[in-house]
Structures are given as structure tokens and as C-alpha cells.
Design a protein around this ligand. Structure first.
Ligand code: AMP
Ligand code: ZN
Length: 131
């Protein structure tokens, strides 16, 4: 059983932000910023690409509600919503989860930078769209 399934089953303790029959939200132990929360389906999927569309939709609906609550209650100025998918993308726990990372100022502990384009946009578009 994966570590998040163990948390869902209550075998490993967690600080629950929200729970219903299908979804659990817990405080991330790393607390990248204050209020950093993970929202996950109780049913195990390795990552979001494996989830049925309707279940992913329901998960994201909850993410929106919980993010709104956290931003307001924590007096944050905004938040990042992050889903790491695959080891290369930084996914360390293979049980789908959505990070809610409240943001308090632009110089806080979170950074994500977009680099200047070095690729042929038309080639990329062709690859993505061709059958
Ligand atoms: P990711 O790198 O997207 O797979 O994120 C996994 C997250 O799970 C990390 O931010 C960890 O800090 C968090 N994490 C790992 N173990 C626990 C735990 N027992 N309770 C709460 N959060 C955890
Ligand atoms: Zn699991």
C-alpha cells in the first residue's frame, strides 16, 4: 500500500484539512509555505492522467473550494496549484495529489521560472496535434 493510502486508511497520522467519502486534504509535512495542503482522491491512482475524467473533475472542484478557504483564512495573497506527474516532474509519491501552496509574497520560498523559448513553435504544434 502506498504512503497516502496508509494515511487515508488511518495507519499513518495526518492533519486533515478536509475529508468526505471520496477526497482527503491534509497539511503537507514540508509546509513549503504556511498552509501548504495536499488534496487527493481516496481511490488510488498513480497520477492524474490515469483518473477517469469525472473523478478528476470532482477532485479539482474540491481543490478550488479548499484553496479559496485556505487563501482567505491564512490571509494569503494568492496560491499555486501544482500537480507533479512522473518522477522527472518531481513526483515523489505515486498517488495522485494536488498541491495547494498559499503565496504571501513574491520572494517567499517557492520559485518556478519560465525560460526563453529555444524551440520551433510550429514543429511542436504539429507534434501535439497530428493524428
Ligand atoms: P510530490 O513531490 O508532488 O509527489 O509531493 C509529495 C509531497 O508529499 C511532498 O510535498 C511531501 O512533503 C509530502 N509528504 C510526504 N509524506 C507525507 C506525510 N506523511 N504527510 C504529509 N505530507 C507528506
Ligand atoms: Zn495510494
Amino acid at each position: 500500500m502506498c504512503i497516502f493510502c496508509k494515511i487515508i486508511e488511518g495507519e499513518i497520522p495526518s492533519r486533515k484539512v478536509y475529508e468526505d467519502d471520496d477526497i482527503l486534504a491534509i497539511l503537507d509535512i514540508s509546509q513549503t509555505t504556511m498552509g501548504h495542503t495536499l488534496v487527493m482522491p481516496k481511490k488510488h491512482y498513480d497520477d492524474f492522467l490515469q483518473m477517469p475524467e469525472n473523478e478528476f473533475g470532482a477532485l479539482m472542484e474540491k481543490v478550488q473550494q479548499i484553496a479559496d478557504q485556505i487563501v482567505k483564512r491564512m490571509n494569503a495573497k494568492g496560491c499555486n496549484i501544482l500537480i507533479n506527474t512522473g518522477e522527472t516532474a518531481g513526483q515523489t509519491v505515486r498517488h495522485v495529489h494536488v498541491h495547494i501552496i498559499p503565496r504571501y509574497d513574491e520572494n517567499d520560498t517557492v520559485s518556478f521560472s519560465f525560460t526563453e523559448n529555444q524551440y520551433d513553435l510550429d514543429e511542436i504544434l504539429k507534434k501535439i496535434k497530428e493524428n
